[in-house]
Design a protein around this ligand. Structure first.
Ligand SMILES: [Zn+2]
Length: 101
């Protein structure tokens, strides 16, 4: 869907055989989060933004801007494919973990 381009920064990790990206769960799979393993709960991210997202350094706001949690500053606009329905409830859940409404 994204041809391995990060939905946050748009960069693509090129390797010898193919491009590389990571599937990041918005709401974590295991306990206590119990997020579903579905496309609506997934983002295509580069390794750096996957770590930042999982460690709550960045979050997605209601208007799909990507903000730095420490300052609230807008850093990116989340790239969304027309066929990729992202569940707002999961985004809201992640935002709450970040201490944001
Ligand atoms: Zn990225």
């Amino acid at each position: 869907m994204y041809a391995h381009a990060c939905q946050v920064c748009g960069s693509r990790v090129e390797t010898m055989c193919s491009n590389y990206s990571e599937a990041a769960h918005i709401r974590g799979l295991g306990g206590p989060h119990l997020g579903p393993d579905q496309l609506s709960n997934l983002l295509c991210l580069c390794p750096d933004h996957h770590v930042e997202f999982d460690r709550l350094a960045i979050y997605i706001d209601e208007d799909w801007t990507v903000r730095r949690n420490s300052t609230g500053a807008v850093e990116y606009q989340l790239k969304r494919h027309a066929e990729h329905v992202i569940e707002q409830d999961h985004v809201r859940y992640h935002r709450a973990l970040c201490g944001r409404r």
